[in-house]
Design a protein around this ligand. Structure first.
Ligand code: SF4
Length: 236
């Protein structure tokens, strides 16, 4: 798809006002505004976690052909790919798969096996951050399914803000949602979700860097367990 690359014209002041305005509005109202303002230069990213499923359910009613970038790292769970197929079939989504320049085999050869253990930042940089930056290039606005209460690194996200790294507007329709409201929505509307949630996982990333968590543990504590890393870098 060819995307126009003219810079988005928006000021910090305007974004601040918009963030205030949409803080207490519904998701669909925010998505309708985003489509009106930015489409066809509007994109969503998702690895089809619980929040992503909720957002896709809304986006499918507003603008179902909005591109959804999925980072296929080569280390994702088979269950995640299987959910991707189920969502694709249910909503007829426009999913774009973004991949690293190096295959897993090439990465192993050049950087050694288990780079995710020896240098997880480099692994995330090559398999997530760089492919995403490339995939977002040319878009004017990016929708992501983050919640403020997911982690301290996300505590200050706004519903609409400037993302300097990718030079676009970033939109967080679920910023004020909680884990409970996400799951209430999924169950109430009988939405498909990653079956790993039923097997003790509370946040699902790449298979080598994701662990089951015990009851009561913080929901992202199973990611990069044993290290201080809390984010792969794409949302920093
Ligand atoms: S989450 Fe783990 S396996 Fe996935 S890209 Fe990052 S370090 Fe590599």
């Amino acid at each position: 798809m060819t995307i126009a690359t003219k810079p988005i014209s928006v000021t910090e002041y305007e974004l601040g006002k918009l963030a205030e305005r949409f803080e207490s509005r519904g998701i669909e109202e925010l998505l309708e505004w985003a489509v009106d303002r930015f489409a066809p230069r509007l994109v969503m990213t998702s690895n089809f976690g619980a929040e992503g499923v909720v957002l896709i359910d809304h986006l499918a009613r507003v603008a179902p052909q909005t591109p959804i970038v999925y980072l296929s790292t080569g280390f994702q769970f088979a269950e995640t790919d299987e959910l991707k197929e189920r969502l694709q079939a249910r909503y007829n989504l426009n999913i774009i798969q973004a991949e690293a320049e190096l295959t897993v085999e090439e990465q192993n050869r050049i950087h050694g096996e288990r780079l995710y253990q020896t240098n997880s930042d480099l692994c995330c940089q090559m398999r997530k951050v760089e492919p995403l930056q490339q995939a977002l290039s040319g878009y004017g606005a990016w929708i992501a399914a983050l919640r403020r209460d997911q982690s301290p690194t996300r505590a200050n996200i706004k519903t609409i803000e400037w993302n300097a790294r990718n030079n676009l507007v970033k939109i967080h329709p679920l910023a004020a949602w909680t884990r409970a409201t996400v799951w209430n929505y999924i169950l109430k509307h009988n939405l498909p979700y990653n079956r790993l949630y039923n097997e003790g996982y509370s946040s699902i990333g790449c298979q080598p860097c994701t662990r089951r968590v015990s009851a009561g543990a913080h929901e992202r504590s199973g990611r990069w367990d044993g290290s201080r890393k809390m984010e792969c870098g794409i949302h920093l």
